[in-house]
Design a protein around this ligand. Structure first.
Ligand SMILES: [Zn+2]
Length: 199
């Protein structure tokens, strides 16, 4: 992809994400490199995002791997700015991550601060300063993108069609839910995932 194409996808991604974030432009380049290196897949392209943030949106937008069709998974506990695209048929994949050692603090200072989470307090506070910094991060990134994105050829440990859990009726709320074991109550009623109270 050319820088112009990346910027075009960046705008589409910002609209989808409903805010401007430099990680989206970086993610676009990462997805593109991964897909090119992976080449054609035998079955379905699947994806893993190692963070629940920007990358997940870029993957969904560019690859058609969505939360809804369950072709993308987000490992939020990992919290790394990295992603893997792979073939569901055999688990063959390519992982893209950022090689921090390749980011020069003098050549691309804002990008360096972005990845080390060292942008100024004014930037962290948001607003105009944050937007300006974000665009600068993208500008600097486009100069060095192929140098700082690292690719690894990998095999996914657990791949294939994700299993569909059987549905059953919760004995408390009477709603249908996807059962993970022998439980008779949904995770809301059991308290394990209770996230609301009635108004
Ligand atoms: Zn229930």
């Amino acid at each position: 992809m050319t820088n112009e194409e990346i910027l075009k996808w960046y705008e589409i991604a910002c609209a989808f994400h409903t805010k401007r974030a430099p990680g989206l432009a970086i993610g676009v380049a990462m997805v593109d490199l991964c897909r090119t290196r992976l080449g054609p897949v035998k079955e379905k392209l699947n994806a893993i995002s190692e963070s629940p943030s920007c990358l997940c949106d870029v993957i969904q937008l560019m690859t058609g791997c969505t939360m809804g069709n369950r072709y993308v998974k987000a490992y939020r506990e990992l919290g790394r700015f990295a992603l893997t695209l792979y073939d569901r048929a055999d688990g063959r994949g390519v992982r893209a991550y950022i090689d921090l050692d390749k980011i020069s603090a003098s050549e691309t200072p804002e990008l360096h601060k972005f990845f080390l989470r060292q942008r100024s307090d004014a930037v962290k506070a948001g607003g105009e300063e944050r937007l300006k910094s974000g665009e600068l991060v993208v500008e600097e990134f486009l100069k060095v993108r192929d140098k700082i994105i690292a690719l690894q050829e990998v095999y996914i440990e657990k791949f294939g069609k994700s299993e569909m859990l059987p549905a059953t009726r919760c004995k408390t709320c009477q709603e249908s839910f996807l059962r993970r074991g022998a439980e008779e109550e949904c995770a809301s009623c059991s308290g394990e995932l209770k996230y609301y109270r009635l108004a």
